[in-house]
Design a protein around this ligand. Structure first.
Ligand SMILES: CC(C)(COP(=O)(O)OP(=O)(O)OC[C@H]1O[C@@H](n2cnc3c(N)ncnc32)[C@H](O)[C@@H]1OP(=O)(O)O)[C@@H](O)C(=O)NCCC(=O)NCCS
Length: 202
């Protein structure tokens, strides 16, 4: 089983001079389009013909009509977008988050996203990024999760606080480069090993 993912940075948008005004904030618009480029490119790699960039719609945060057998998750920062995709029948849900490595998380904000049952290592930024990705994977898998705090993380596994039995099938990985930290989380179905496959944008 595998999850394909692609990281797109702002220089890959050069040449696209006019961005449709989906969001009023120009930076949000930029990264939104990067994420749609990522969806489009991953779809092509997976063998589908996706709609034009400005028509790509993520239904329920995870489906695109052009590729019904696959699920997606996206995250964007100011200058970068991360998109992941996997076969729908092999996962209950996937979730991703990306942050710039220099982003600071206020120490007193941890009470809003950490849970007293959490038991995992990492900086506050890493923990934030893990919680966001796990939240999206749980939400996409159909759990009635509303808050980051309701995702409980124990080592490399996680679960919705109302469903601890799902823990062993739910895993995440943290990946870092010089500029970004990102997390890919998934709610699996069986015990098969999952490989993360980085797709390069050419
Ligand atoms: C949902 C949430 C994780 C989105 O994160 P974010 O930092 O705003 O944005 P990101 O760039 O990482 O991700 C945005 C993408 O997440 C996806 N997304 C949004 N809500 C989602 C949900 N409930 N489930 C799964 N994916 C979701 C969307 O596809 C969105 O991209 P798009 O608008 O381009 O389609 C965030 O709003 C959140 O934390 N919600 C929980 C509420 C909470 O606990 N808040 C307290 C924080 S201290």
């Amino acid at each position: 089983m595998k999850i394909d993912y692609i990281l797109l940075k702002d220089h890959q948008l050069k040449g696209l001079e006019q961005l449709p005004t989906v969001f009023s904030h120009p930076e949000k618009n930029y990264s939104h389009y990067l994420s749609r480029m990522g969806i489009q490119y991953l779809s092509k790699v997976l063998g589908a013909l996706p709609p034009p960039l400005d028509k790509i719609e993520l239904v329920d945060f995870q489906h695109i009509k052009a590729l019904p057998g696959h699920i997606f998750s996206v995250s964007h920062t100011k200058d970068c977008a991360l998109v992941a995709s996997a076969q729908a029948e092999k996962f209950k849900g996937i979730g991703v988050d990306i942050e710039r490595v220099h982003r600071t998380i206020k120490v007193d904000s941890e009470k809003y996203f950490l849970n007293s049952d959490d038991s995992f290592q990492g900086s506050l930024l890493e923990k934030w990024c893990v919680k966001e990705a796990c939240f999206k994977a749980l939400s996409n898998s159909g759990e009635a999760i509303k808050l980051l705090q309701e995702a409980v993380v124990i080592d490399n596994n996680f679960y919705f606080k109302e469903n601890p039995q799902s823990r062993k099938h739910n895993c995440y990985e943290i990946i870092k480069n010089q500029e970004h930290i990102f997390v890919i989380a998934y709610c699996g179905i069986g015990n098969s090993q999952v490989n993360l496959n980085s797709v390069n944008f050419i």
